[in-house]
Design a protein around this ligand. Structure first.
Ligand SMILES: O=C(O)C1=C[C@@H](OP(=O)(O)O)[C@@H](O)[C@H](O)C1
Ligand SMILES: C=C(OP(=O)(O)O)C(=O)O
Length: 407
C-alpha cells in the first residue's frame, strides 16, 4: 500500500521508544541457541529478528528467511554445525541474488557440507550439519562483514575454536567488533589483531544470565534527519541508548552535528535538538556505517547541501541496489545526483518537487530515509509497509510526533 505524507511539522518536543538493535538481536538470538542459559531483554521487534527466532525454533527441513540478510548468513553457519540435521535455507527473490559464496567456501574449508540448489554462489542452499574439525580459514573481507560475523558466532562451539585470516580491506568493521564484544559479554575469548581474528573454544556455560539489547541506532537515523529538517529548538528524545554503543551507526551523533543536530545523553535517553548550522557541503566515508547512507543522502538533498559519500561498495548487494535506487528517486524529486560503484555525489538544489511517488524496491530504508522529506513537501511512499523489516511501528511513531499520513 502507498502512503501519502502531507506536508507536516513535528511537535516542538516529543519522545519515541525504539526497540532493540536488529544486528545485536540477531547475534544474541543465535548465541542464545548455542548457550540456552542466556536471557535477552529489549529484543528487536523487526521482521528480521522474528524470522530469526522462528528459524532457530523450527524443526522443518525448509527454512525461509525472506529478506533477512543477517539471518541468512548467520543461520548458514549455525545449521552447518547442527550434527545430523539437514536444512534447506532459502529466502525472497532478492535474497537469491545476494551472494553467499565467500561464507559457504569458508565453511566448506572448515569441513561443512553445503550445496547450492539453484545458482552457484547464491541461496537457496542445502546444509548437512556435522562436526567441523578444521579451525583455520582465510576469506575476502571486502564484500560483507556478515560472513565474518557468521563464522565468529559459531567459533566457540568448534572443537579447536577458529583462526580467521581476513584478506583485503575489511569492510563494515564495527559490525565485526560488535560480534566480538557480544562474545566477550558471554565469556568467549577472542583476539582481533591486524588481519587475523582468533576465537577460543568454549565448553562452559555463558558467564552472564541476562543481556539487554541497546535500541537500534540505524532506526534512530530517521529522527536525526527529522530534527535536521525541523525548526531550531525542536527536540526528540529516544530511549534506550548508551553513549558507549556497540553499534557503528552511533556515529550519527558526530555526523549530524554538520546538520545542526546536537546529541545529549541523559541516562538511557538520547536527546536530539536542532541548533544553528551553516554548512553547505559534506564529504564522508561510510564504509563503517553503510546503513545510514540513504538517510544522510536524503538529509543533504532536503537541506540543499552538496554531498560526496564514499565507501559505499556494499550498497549494491543489500535489499536492493541502494545506489541506483537513491539516484532514481532523488532525480524524480528534481535532484542533481551522480553515482559510481562505490560513491554518491549530490549537487545543491533549492527546489523539491511535490507529490512525487517514491519507489521503495522492497527496501525498508528507502521508505524510512525519504519520509522526513514530508517536512518540506507532500510526498508519496510506495509499498510503505516495507519498513517492518527493521522497524514495524515506524509510521505510527511518525504520526505520534506530528506527521500527517494518509494510509
Ligand atoms: O552484521 C550486521 O548486523 C550487519 C552488517 C552490515 O552488512 P555488511 O557487512 O554486508 O555491509 C549492515 O549493512 C547490515 O544491515 C547489518
Ligand atoms: C542491509 C540490511 O540488512 P540485511 O543485510 O541484514 O538484510 C539493512 O538492514 O540495512
Amino acid at each position: 500500500m502507498n502512503f501519502t505524507l502531507e506536508k507536516s511539522k513535528v511537535a516542538k518536543k516529543s519522545s519515541i521508544q525504539i526497540t532493540g538493535s536488529k544486528s545485536e538481536s540477531n547475534r544474541l538470538l543465535l548465541l542464545q541457541a548455542l548457550y540456552p542459559e542466556i536471557q535477552l531483554n529489549n529484543v528487536s521487534n523487526s521482521d528480521d529478528s522474528n524470522l530469526m527466532i522462528k528459524a532457530l525454533a523450527s524443526s522443518e527441513e525448509v527454512v525461509d528467511i525472506h529478506h533477512a540478510g543477517t539471518a541468512m548468513r548467520f543461520l548458514t553457519a549455525y545449521f552447518s554445525i547442527q550434527e545430523g540435521r539437514e536444512t534447506v535455507l532459502t529466502g525472497s527473490k532478492r535474497m537469491k541474488e545476494r551472494p553467499i559464496k565467500i561464507l559457504v567456501k569458508a565453511l566448506q574449508t572448515l569441513g561443512a557440507e553445503i550445496s547450492y540448489i539453484e545458482n552457484e554462489g547464491f541461496p537457496p542452499i542445502k546444509i548437512k550439519g556435522k562436526k567441523l574439525l578444521k579451525h583455520k580459514v582465510s576469506l575476502n573481507a571486502n564484500v560483507s562483514s556478515q560472513y565474518i560475523s557468521a563464522l565468529l558466532l559459531i567459533a566457540s562451539k568448534l572443537e579447536n575454536g577458529l583462526e580467521l585470516t581476513l584478506e583485503g580491506e575489511i569492510t563494515s568493521v564495527p559490525y565485526i567488533k560488535m560480534t566480538l564484544a557480544l562474545l566477550d559479554a558471554i565469556g568467549v575469548t577472542s583476539l582481533f589483531e591486524g588481519q587475523v581474528i582468533s576465537v577460543k573454544p568454549n565448553t562452559k556455560k555463558a558467564t552472564v544470565k541476562s543481556l539487554t539489547v541497546e535500541s537500534d541506532w540505524s532506526s534512530a537515523s530517521y529522527y536525526y534527519s527529522i530534527v535536521a529538517l525541523s525548526d531550531i529548538g525542536t527536540e526528540i528524545r529516544l530511549s534506550s541508548y548508551k553513549s558507549n554503543s556497540l553499534q557503528g551507526d552511533s556515529v550519527l551523533a558526530k555526523i549530524y552535528k554538520h546538520f545542526g543536530v546536537s546529541t545529549v545523553f541523559q541516562e538511557d535517553t538520547v536527546v536530539l535538538s536542532k541548533t544553528e548550522s551553516n554548512e553547505i557541503a559534506l564529504k564522508l566515508d561510510l564504509r563503517s556505517a553503510p546503513d545510514i547512507a540513504q538517510t544522510i543522502a536524503v538529509t543533504c538533498f532536503a537541506l540543499g547541501m552538496s554531498c560526496d559519500l564514499t565507501g559505499l561498495h556494499t550498497l549494491k548487494i543489500k535489499e536492493t541496489d541502494r545506489l541506483v535506487a537513491l539516484k532514481t528517486e532523488i532525480k524524480k524529486l528534481g535532484g542533481n545526483i551522480e553515482i559510481t560503484d562505490e560513491s554518491l555525489h549530490l549537487k545543491p538544489s533549492n527546489t523539491i518537487k511535490d507529490y512525487v511517488s517514491i519507489g521503495t524496491y522492497h527496501d525498508h530504508r528507502m521508505a524510512m530515509a525519504f519520509a522526513p522529506l514530508a517536512l518540506r513537501v507532500p510526498i508519496v511512499i510506495e509499498e510503505a509497509m516495507v519498513v517492518s523489516k527493521s522497524y514495524p511501528t515506524f509510521w505510527d511513531d511518525l504520526e505520534s510526533i506530528g506527521f500527517q499520513i494518509n494510509k
